[in-house]
Design a protein around this ligand. Structure first.
Ligand SMILES: Nc1ncnc2c1ncn2[C@@H]1O[C@H](COP(=O)(O)OP(=O)(O)OP(=O)(O)O)[C@@H](O)[C@H]1O
Ligand SMILES: [Mg+2]
Length: 165
């Protein structure tokens, strides 16, 4: 049982482990899930989205959407939407009215790199925070809202890894 507000910590020794984390999340996340991926440049956020895509059965290669802003991958079990807000300011993000986007597209998993640029965060989301280790990365997953809390519990049980902090 993951206590509300507690995080699940996952150590990722190499890029394959990051892909594996994405695949594990793809197994348990429902359509409508929003993931905020917070980490420095080059921490492995896009690599995790590649794992999500693989887990959802998407064969199209996932590349960094820095210049495209939003990439849509509709062919998997549920659609995947990949956003990279790196080049935008919060004011510019506000003008995009992303919330209307969520309401109009078929519900899927929404993965957002550089969520620091969001002027307002969604009500419910899973937050992944990256830390660089001597070699590899450490990711801490926390839930915002009761529904994401249940995803986190499902994830923790399905993987049998992660420790509470
Ligand atoms: N667990 C890991 N250990 C070591 N290297 C990793 C790990 N996960 C990913 N990487 C590597 O880190 C590099 C950067 O990965 P990636 O492009 O996914 O980062 P990013 O967070 O999306 O960067 P940006 O902020 O520029 O978008 C890649 O070479 C990737 O293979
Ligand atoms: Mg990236």
């Amino acid at each position: 049982m993951v206590q509300p507000g507690a995080g699940v910590v996952v150590d990722l020794p190499d890029p394959a482990a990051t892909v594996g984390l994405g695949m594990g999340l793809a197994e348990i996340l429902p359509a409508g899930a929003i993931l905020l991926l917070q980490g420095d440049l080059g921490s492995g956020k896009t690599t995790l989205v590649q794992g999500l895509a693989q887990g959802l059965g998407i064969s199209e290669p996932v590349t960094s959407p820095t210049f495209a802003l939003i990439q849509e991958y509709p062919e998997g079990r549920i659609p995947l939407y990949h956003l990279d807000l790196y080049r935008l300011t919060p004011e510019e993000v506000q003008q995009l009215h992303l919330e209307t986007y969520w309401q109009e597209v078929a519900p899927g998993i929404v993965a957002i790199e550089w969520p620091e640029r969001l002027p307002i965060r969604p009500v419910n989301y899973l937050h992944l925070s990256w830390q660089s280790m001597t070699s590899g990365r450490r990711v801490t997953l926390t839930a915002q809202g009761t529904t994401p809390q249940s995803w986190l519990e499902n994830f923790s049980q399905s993987q049998g890894f992660g420790e509470l902090v």
